[in-house]
Design a protein around this ligand. Structure first.
Ligand code: 15L
Length: 250
């Protein structure tokens, strides 16, 4: 959903997009239809572009072999294509699940961006790999990356957890634009959430890129709390940042 959302929102910032998807992209006859296993298609996709926004891969927990092929091998293949093509910057969709086994902060506190990686799933582990790959390519090849640890992208928050983790479509476009244009030395990690009153993550590094979020999940709080009740403090799902991801998988 967020891929199509960004495809619609980013051109307003002046970008010309070259789309790459496993399925044909409606309204984009020049889109490349291929997957991250196809090195030739990746070479064609990265040729002559200034930047890559990497949203591809499996977006949740899956068997390790699938994560390995799509998220780990695939991300490496993309970085190799981008390096060979001389791409200046990659904006990489990491995830809050790279730090999912971090304990939820006390009310009002936020987790900094330099907290140690604590993946909650093979999926989260693949995001840690992507962040570390970005660091390697920045140091060795000078490829800039902004790794965005996205919270929960959705039109509206629909759970109590999302009062903290929500990223609205408009803020997502603002964040990706900031990541494409903001000052970056090497590899930068930033959390990707809206200006949520109950935020669990520190947005300082995102703000340093120029990100100015405009939405706040709090606007939905009264309705969500009436429906689901307040955040239960002893619920295992809410003990860690990664929520129910910490209860599934290996
Ligand atoms: C993610 O990384 C997933 O891609 C998405 O489906 C959500 O589950 C999100 O994290 C989240 O933590 O809410």
């Amino acid at each position: 959903m967020w891929v199509s959302g960004l495809r619609e929102l980013l051109p307003a910032y002046g970008y010309r997009l070259r789309c790459f998807d496993r399925l044909p992209v409606p309204g984009e006859p020049d889109a490349i239809t291929a997957d991250l296993g196809d090195a030739e298609a990746l070479a064609a996709a990265t040729r002559g572009v200034d930047a890559v926004v990497h949203l591809a891969g499996i977006p949740g927990e899956a068997p390790f072999a699938d994560i390995l092929a799509a998220n780990i091998d695939g991300t490496h293949r993309l970085y190799e294509a981008a390096r060979a093509a001389g791409v200046r910057r990659i904006v990489h969709a990491s995830s809050n699940h790279a730090v999912g086994f971090t304990e939820r902060p006390a009310d009002g506190a936020t987790v900094p961006v330099d907290t140690p990686q604590r993946p909650d799933t093979y999926y989260g582990l693949s995001k840690c790999f992507g962040e570390n790959l970005a660091s390697l390519y920045a140091d060795r090849h000078g490829t800039e990356t902004v790794s965005l640890r996205i919270g929960s992208f959705a039109d509206e928050p629909h759970s109590i957890r999302m009062l903290a983790t929500w990223l609205s479509p408009g803020d997502c476009a603002r964040l990706v634009h900031a990541a494409l244009t903001g000052p970056v030395a090497g590899h930068v990690v930033a959390y990707g959430i809206s200006a949520n009153t109950r935020a669990w993550w520190d947005l300082a590094s995102a703000r340093a890129l120029g990100y100015r979020p405009q939405d706040d999940a709090e606007a939905f709080a009264a309705d969500l709390i009436a429906k689901h009740g307040e955040l239960p403090p002893d619920e295992p799902e809410f003990h860690y940042l990664g929520g129910h991801f910490t209860q599934t998988g290996p």
